[in-house]
Design a protein. Sequence first.
Length: 114
Amino acid sequence: QVQFVESGGGLVQPGGAPRLSCGASGNTFRGYAMGWYRQAPGQHRELVTVIPVFGTARYATSVQGRFTVSINSAKNTVYLQMNSLKPEDTAVYYCNSDPAEFPWGQGTQVTVSS
């Protein structure tokens, strides 16, 4: 069973560029499409980006051109480089496969505010 630990969030000013990390333990996520999800207060969890096993990553329209997902398979880690952050990016960010098949981690809170 894969377990995820997300990190890298915090309080960020508008326009900031943090990088989130998602480490997997217990098993490898190799062979799974991996996604970053986010859940804003009072909202459903939404899929922000997917990096497939083969092919190119896909992004939600709201983050297209600002976020970049990548994988380091050797470290069993997925990254999310976030650029040009906006207040509406404020949310708890999670990683999981797409579709989500594993238990959710605790997520990492990203708060965009001046």
